[in-house]
Design a protein around this ligand. Sequence first.
Ligand code: MN
Length: 275
Amino acid sequence: MIIKFLRQQFVLLLTGVFLVSVLFACQRVPIADSPTPTATPTATPATEATLANTLFPPVAYPDRELSASPAQLPKLPFAYDALEKAIDAETMKLHHDRHHATYVENLNEALQKHPELQNRSVEAMLRDLNSIPEDIRETVRNNGGGHLNHTIFWQIMSPNGGGEPTGEIAQQINQTFGSFDAFRKQFNEEGEDRFGSGWVWLVRNEQGQLQIATTPNQDSPIMDGLYPIMGNDVWEHAYYLRYQNRRAEYLNNWWNVVNWSEINRRLQAVSQQQG
Ligand code: MN
């Protein structure tokens, strides 16, 4: 009788321990939270979700501007041939490893003449070019702008990109331009009409409204108080190997690699900071 009672108690105890272990294990399952750009860098392979991590520290968000002490070339968050739906591998390699790298080198070289400027972000210098000593002002404008523009450019493209916009950016595009198709058409036209070298942008102005803008050379929209949400590079170096002089075809294909997740993150970041 006593042995049977003890055996029952033992079984109950084991069951209890088992249930508590299960509950404990469940609580320790990590919550599948979407990673934020502030997350600690990890060695995870570059996917859209970990993109911001792999680019850390050069991020170019409103609250995490680009360092100039010294400026650093960010790694491409994908392989050179990953954007073949729009851009060939050879172009990507030249564009990132040579063109962008040269902007970074030239900026750092110029700032060595005025080391006190290295305490300021690239964006802070571009917003207030008149405060930059005249002997390096144009160099900072062109190469600081080139560094900022390209850092954003690599982030807002993805091999998993393309398709219709999602989330908040989709709503705001519809409200502002009527539809995604209307927006894309206007963006392509303005990119095509940008004479010579430059960029076409979707920007957020100080009133919180979206608008399409273009800039010449490597000028950044932030020089005009406009925050770049997304932009396409219409310099010939961005497309000439595959498309030759057919900029319109490049502009059209580029939508196949547009990274709407990252664009939503940029919109959210600037909305939080500027209201
Ligand atoms: Mn470029």
